[in-house]
Write a protein that binds this ligand. Structure first.
Ligand SMILES: Nc1nc2c(c(=O)[nH]1)N[C@H]1C(S)=C(S)[C@@H](COP(=O)(O)OP(=O)(O)OC[C@H]3O[C@@H](n4cnc5c(=O)[nH]c(N)nc54)[C@H](O)[C@@H]3O)O[C@H]1N2
Ligand SMILES: Nc1nc2c(c(=O)[nH]1)N[C@H]1C(S)=C(S)[C@@H](COP(=O)(O)OP(=O)(O)OC[C@H]3O[C@@H](n4cnc5c(=O)[nH]c(N)nc54)[C@H](O)[C@@H]3O)O[C@H]1N2
Ligand code: SF4
Ligand SMILES: [Mo]
Length: 730
């Protein structure tokens, strides 16, 4: 089909399509493979970053896979999603051809790539000319290689001259990013996974590892030091049930708890005086927590004062290695930044940072959220730089050959601000790449009105059937994991490549190739002349990191990464460790990234819940991951027969049996869950894993975000997905 298409068309676009170098995009038959061989690739789901070994047929197509035994991350293990990673590639709703909505019929019609690319360019140029550079935005992801992300961010801002773009990492990691930047002076999760095994006390807060990061949970199981495992979670999750201590905290009681812990630790002098010398603000922090006693915290946390005292002793035991870990129970909050920093403070004042088995450690969500954080050119200038810093802009200009006047110093709107501007009619077009906001964004019911306001919605996805793709004006079919190459960065800052092992279906192209076509059509192809393939882009971006905390100039190429079992940043050329595979943790010298080398102790008083329960909506609704076999909006995991068998097809809501009895609700009864914003049907799942007065809905069902409350952390603008008021209707 594509051959016919190419024969029919001519011109530079066709040449670009035909001449695609390397092993991606059109006709992307896997390369670098010998017949009946194997190759390796990092799993494309979560940020654990397991390496998979792919078994190939004579043509280089993957026929099967197994987890890599000698990879330092997963050590021969994989979770169900990893094992079934090939299944979603052959789904029948894969996009095989671009689709353009016909205004006359309102239906999407197949078009060739030339038409699709020309439509994109014409429509967006028109909007830019009439309404300016503020009138369109992209929304992207933490699930494509960072070469592609950097390409998108640079193409949009420097090539096409727009200003606004953000990624779904706002839904996920913005809080950790902001917390680290403010506290350490750079977005730098300090740990290495070996810390799970070398810790004496492991605190997991708002992190359900057994479900969301099963292989990291396995790493904890390998800890031979009989660690104390303290899980802080309102729910008795699988992780909490396996812990030595479960603190069933009231939703969003975290700040009060950590401040009370700091109170006890400082009161009892169980602090590390040498470590405190490397911090700024200790006296103010000590004064701030002086009256924040465990007794006071009891009400806000729902925990007894004696329990808080006991935990304070556990986490400040002299000579013990204590590590603090958190995920979405902390990040997705209206005061997540301060909650994350409250944990960072506890690690800092007890000297639990920069040593084996310690750290204030944010666990990342998506396979390349860490790459997005450094390279997507959204909140940070590409390569871990600052838009506001003139030296940084000059460096990027010289390094990438982009005229300095085409590197803006202006910040982009954040995700929620972009959507609000669209609702207000100020943003006329959205380009959605590898994310599904019409399912995953908070208070999603509001988005249908927003769709009406948009002049032009482009969705670039593997599937034409996602909630977002189905309502797009223009749909661009993308190749996915397994069909392309590029580099991912996992939670512990480890870079490693993915490899093409299948041919993308029909005319689907890699995101990299789509960006090349768009650059050419827009007229800024010259700016990306050197971006011939992902590995060439990798080298440009690598060189750009020189002198930054995330300096990776010592990495030669993808093969170097493969040979080394991945390499953690920093890995500067000037100081290249002769053992690239050595586990690297940050801050061993006690020096942080602020100009004075000191970490900041930051804090503020806990604020009330944005939407507390009341007589009308008397339940607190929590949302999150359901099972280890479901991924987000199910566009990929929902295509695997095996994975689908591992979870209920219909939405379910977890209810405490006592509440169910009170309301006369039976197990499996279909009921309505309602908030002030919307409602959904769900089958009742009676389980004492949620506390009385609380409900839990897995985020994987499209209706869930009709209920969530649009409140945001004021520092990070991350949505507060995890606590709003709801009620049940029978
Ligand atoms: N199987 C599977 N794995 C995944 C994903 C997936 O979709 N499916 N997604 C990946 C991504 S992108 C991410 S970001 C991670 C998320 O990984 P996690 O953050 O571990 O998962 P969640 O279930 O969203 O939230 C964790 C826990 O926070 C708790 N929580 C809610 N409110 C509070 C609170 O106020 N305080 C505290 N302390 N805890 C609270 C919830 O009860 C929940 O058990 O998972 C990654 N891994
Ligand atoms: N209520 C509630 N909502 C939540 C959360 C919660 O805990 N509770 N968690 C939030 C979090 S942490 C996250 S990370 C978000 C995730 O939210 P989304 O990013 O919206 O979820 P995904 O289903 O991962 O969407 C990724 C999309 O990219 C497509 N895709 C995959 N690979 C490629 C590729 O290589 N190229 C292209 N072009 N497309 C590709 C997939 O088909 C899919 O449609 O959800 C957030 N929403
Ligand atoms: S734990 Fe994460 S990276 Fe590992 S196999 Fe499962 S989804 Fe993939
Ligand atoms: Mo996430």
């Amino acid at each position: 089909m594509i051959e016919t298409l190419l024969k029919q068309s001519s011109g530079p676009l066709t040449r670009e399509l035909v001449q695609s170098p390397g092993s991606f995009g059109l006709g992307n038959v896997p390369t670098r493979l010998t017949p009946s061989s194997t190759t390796t690739s990092i799993c494309g789901y979560c940020a654990t970053g397991c390496q998979l070994k792919l078994h190939l047929d004579e043509e280089g197509n993957a026929i099967n896979l197994s987890p890599q035994a000698n990879y330092p991350v997963n050590l021969g293990m994989a979770c169900p999603k990893g094992w079934q990673a090939l299944d979603p590639l052959t789904a029948t709703d894969r996009g095989t051809v671009p689709l353009l909505r016909d205004p006359a019929t309102g239906r999407r019609q197949p078009v060739d790539w030339n038409t699709a690319i020309a439509t994109f360019t014409d429509r967006l140029k028109g909007i830019q000319q009439t309404h300016g550079r503020d009138a369109a935005a992209f929304l992207s992801t933490g699930q494509i290689p960072f070469e592609e992300m950097a390409f998108l961010g640079l193409l949009w801002k420097s090539g096409m001259g727009f200003l606004h773009g953000d990624a779904n990492t706002r839904q996920c990691m913005a809080t950790a990013v902001t917390a680290y930047k403010q506290s350490f002076g750079f977005d730098a999760p300090p740990y290495t996974y070996a810390d799970f095994e070398e810790s004496d006390v492991i605190i997991l807060s708002g992190a359900n590892l057994a479900i969301a990061h099963p292989i990291l949970w396995q790493r904890i199981m390998r800890n031979k030091r009989s660690p104390e495992i303290i899980v802080i979670d309102p729910r008795a999750t699988e992780t909490a049930q396996a812990a030595t201590v479960h603190l069933p905290i009231k939703p969003k009681g975290d700040l009060a708890l950590y401040y009370a812990l700091a109170h006890c630790i400082i009161r009892d002098g169980r602090i590390d005086y040498d470590a405190i010398k490397n911090t700024e603000g200790f006296d103010d922090f000590a004064a701030f927590v002086q009256h924040r006693t465990p007794e006071q915290a009891a009400h806000q946390t729902g925990l007894e004062a004696a329990t808080i005292e006991k935990v304070a002793r556990l986490v400040s035991e002299p000579g013990k290695r204590v590590s603090w870990w958190w995920t979405m129970g902390i990040n997705q909050s209206y005061e997540g930044v301060r909650a994350a920093q409250a944990m960072i403070n506890l690690a800092l004042i007890t000297g639990n940072i920069g040593k084996p088995g310690t750290g204030a450690n944010s666990i990342t969500g998506q396979c390349n959220a860490m790459g997005s954080r450094l390279f997507s050119n959204t909140t940070s200038l590409v390569g871990g730089h600052d838009f506001a810093n003139e030296d940084h802009r000059n460096k990027v200009s010289v390094g990438l050959g982009i005229p300095i006047e085409q590197i803006t110093s202006d910040p982009s709107l954040a995700y929620d601000e972009i959507l609000r501007a669209a609702e207000d009619g100020k943003i006329k077009a959205l380009w959605v790449v590898a994310t599904n906001p019409f399912h995953s964004w908070i208070n999603s019911g509001r988005l249908s009105a927003l769709r009406e306001k948009l002049d032009f919605l482009v969705v670039q996805d593997m599937y034409h059937s996602t909630e977002s793709a189905e309502i797009a004006d223009l749909y661009l079919p993308a190749a996915g994991w397994g069909e392309k190459t590029g580099c991912l960065i996992n939670s512990e800052r480890r870079l490693a490549p993915i490899r093409p092992v299948r041919k993308a279906p029909g005319q689907a192209l890699t995101d990299f190739r789509i960006f090349r076509l768009l650059a050419q059509s827009w007229g800024c192809g010259g700016m990306f002349q050197q971006w011939t393939d992902p590995e060439a882009a990798f080298k440009l971006l690598r060189d750009l990191t020189q002198g930054r905390p995330c300096d990776i100039t010592g990495i030669r190429d993808y093969d170097h990464l493969d040979e080394s079992g991945g390499i953690q940043w920093p890995y500067p050329e000037s100081d290249a460790d002769p053992h690239p595979s050595a586990e690297r943790r940050l801050f061993e010298s006690g020096q942080f990234y602020h100009p004075d080398g000191k970490a900041r102790l930051l804090f503020s008083a806990p604020a009330p819940l944005p939407e507390p329960t009341d007589d009308e909506f008397s339940f607190t609704l929590l949302t999150g991951r359901g099972t280890s076999s479901q991924w987000h909006t199910q566009t990929r995991t929902g295509k695997s027969d095996i994975l689908r068998k591992l979870y209920p097809a219909q939405a379910y809501v977890e209810i405490h049996p006592r509440d169910a009895r009170r309301l006369g609700i039976l197990n499996n009864q279909v009921i309505t869950v309602r908030s002030r914003r919307g409602s959904m049907k769900a089958s009742a799942y009676l389980a004492p894993t949620v506390q009385p007065g609380q409900l839990f809905l897995p985020m994987h069902y499209p209706e869930v975000n009709r209920l969530t409350h649009p409140s945001f952390d004021k520092h990070s603008r991350q949505p507060n997905y995890k606590a709003c008021a709801a009620r049940l209707e029978v």
